[in-house]
Design a protein around this ligand. Structure first.
Ligand code: MG
Length: 264
């Protein structure tokens, strides 16, 4: 099995990067693995930590309509060059954390995606250079308020709600170029594609993005979703599997109003 790189928080609130063992204990690294973190002697027992998203990106750069069959279901052509947008880092949640359904939207969709984790500062890279800047791979759900995406004309609000980027559960170094991505909504299969069906492959995406903005270690690139996107509701469970990585599962809850917000 591939090495699984995780990020965890111990009961006293400290955050560590580490290697997940078969018995779910975590062997601690002294820095993020993409910052040349080395294994230490410290091992954290499975009962003594909470799993976090596997990295803490300064930004999440996402790509729209990067599978031809998804562009078609949206009723739009495949873009001539990658279509970029940003998700704020505050959208990120871990495996098993809950997506909060915003009261502003009547249609929130799941989007299962392969996520790239950048390992090295990357500016104006060629695709060949970009390939070596991709440290590893994980799974993401690019949760989208579809009605607000249509209404606003640009995507900041639709893609940017807190909890709208489930990410994880861990990072692996390698992925088979033909690996299959599958999404299940309440155990029903809804998306299935090979990641090789992407219009612009990972090295081309990273190169393209790096000519616009410098990618930093730990940054995340979302590579787009295949056909089969659909709506989620409160109580639903979304599970995204990518062959060679594992699966990411999250459920959806209603937004509860905090006491200070309910004051009039
Ligand atoms: Mg997407």
């Amino acid at each position: 099995m591939a090495q699984r790189y995780v990020r965890v928080q111990t009961l006293d609130g400290k955050i560590f990067y580490g290697l997940l063992q078969i018995d779910r204990r975590v062997q601690v690294l002294d820095a993020p693995p993409w910052m040349k973190g080395q294994l230490t002697d410290r091992v954290i027992d499975a009962e003594s930590y909470q799993a976090l998203a596997p990295c803490a990106p300064s930004k999440i750069v996402a790509v729209g309509k990067n599978y031809a069959n998804h562009a078609a279901e949206m009723g739009t052509p495949v873009p001539q060059e990658p279509l970029l947008f940003l998700k704020p880092p505050t959208t990120v949640i871990a495996m098993e954390a809950e997506v909060v359904y915003p009261s502003e939207s009547q249609q929130v969709d799941y989007e299962g995606e392969l996520a790239l984790v950048i390992g090295d500062r990357c500016s104006h890279c060629t695709p060949e250079e970009a390939h070596s800047k991709i440290w590893g791979y994980t799974i993401a759900n690019d949760v989208t308020a579809r009605d607000l995406q249509r209404k606003d004309g640009q995507w900041t609000r639709a893609k940017g709600f807190d909890t709208f980027c489930p990410l994880g559960p861990w990072v692996v170094r390698e992925i088979n170029p033909g690996a299959r991505l599958q999404t299940f909504l309440n155990d029903q299969p809804v998306q299935s594609a090979a990641i090789s069906e992407m219009v612009f492959p990972p090295d081309v995406l990273v190169s393209y993005i790096s000519r616009v903005m410098t990618l930093l270690p730990g940054d995340v690139v979302l590579t787009g979703t295949p056909a089969g996107v659909g709506a989620i509701g409160v109580g639903d469970r979304v599970r995204i599997e990518i062959e060679g990585i594992g699966y990411l599962e999250n459920s959806v809850i209603a937004r509860t109003v905090a006491p200070q917000e309910s004051q009039t």
